[in-house]
Unconditional design. Structure first.
Ligand code: NAI
Length: 246
């Protein structure tokens, strides 16, 4: 098992890639705290995650709220005694082309997908610095590397995450904290199910493997990057996209 005795905090852990990551991390021996918006959803997710490992807890918090995220980190420390891994997975979309995008749509996506990552990383890194070790993994996207029609708010956030990943790798390496990002291609979750059928079938055709990704494909990349097998990897953005962007 790759992650025995490591404590991982996973934002947006109730659904999709976050849920699959919690499952994989439990199977790899980690202790996991999922952070998500709704208490009832967290309780349901914990119930179903228990079959994969006994050390699973949850905390209701919004990544845009510094006080609730600080409380989530305190809860993790009090429950499991350390914060070894942070997965900044929570993210949303609110698509519109430039000429139709409302300021509210822009702000909402930037707040959750960019500022939320800053708030959560800062809170976790303060503890990791004390521990003199830690791993921070950020959810980027292939669109952060190449742009995407109708997603300037989302693309701005994901490109920003790529830059922050490299910056924080530079700043935190001296404390033995590694920082990397994973850039998924299209992965079949609720986020992608919101998109028109023609977009998802086009993405499948563009993949060199003629496939849309599974949440577990991304979870496995996170597990590797979080483990000691990746001890010399920091500051990277790893595309996990079936060759979509080659
Ligand atoms: P999803 O929509 O299935 O799940 C996102 C989770 O985040 C939900 O449980 C939601 O409640 C939670 N969340 C949303 N806002 C939050 C907030 N303010 N505070 C705390 N939790 C919050 O999303 P999915 O598809 O699993 O995506 C996960 C991450 O991967 C996102 O950052 C997304 O941008 C990224 N990604 C997803 C791709 C895909 O094809 N599904 C492709 C590339 C990147």
């Amino acid at each position: 098992m790759k992650l025995t005795n490591k404590t991982a905090v996973i934002t947006g852990g109730c659904k999709g890639i976050g849920y699959a990551t919690a499952k994989t991390f439990l199977e790899e021996g980690a202790k996991v705290v999922i952070i998500d918006l709704k208490k009832e959803e967290i309780i349901k997710s914990i119930e179903s995650l228990k079959q994969f490992g006994e050390h699973i807890e949850g905390f209701a918090a919004d990544v845009t709220s510094k006080s609730s995220i600080m409380a989530a980190m305190d809860f993790t420390l009090n429950t499991f005694g350390s914060i070894d891994i942070l997965i900044n997975n929570a993210g949303i979309v609110a698509d519109a082309q430039l000429l139709k995008m409302e300021e509210e749509q822009w702000d909402r996506v930037i707040n959750v997908n960019l500022k939320g990552v800053f708030i959560t990383t800062q809170a976790a890194a303060l503890q990791m610095k004390k521990q003199k070790s830690g791993v921070i993994l950020n959810a980027s996207s292939v669109v952060g590397l190449y742009g995407n029609f109708g997603q300037s708010n989302y693309v701005a956030a994901k490109s920003g995450i790529n830059g922050m990943t490299k910056t924080w790798a530079r700043e935190l390496g001296r404390y033995n904290i590694r920082v990397n990002a994973v850039a998924p291609g299209f992965v079949l979750t609720d986020m992608v199910k919101q998109m028109p059928e023609k977009v998802t079938s086009m993405m499948k055709e563009k993949s060199l493997l003629n496939e849309i990704g599974k949440p577990e494909d991304i979870a496995n990349a996170y597990a590797f990057l979080a483990s000691d097998e990746a001890a010399f990897i920091t500051g990277t953005v790893l595309s996990v996209d079936g060759g979509l962007t080659l």
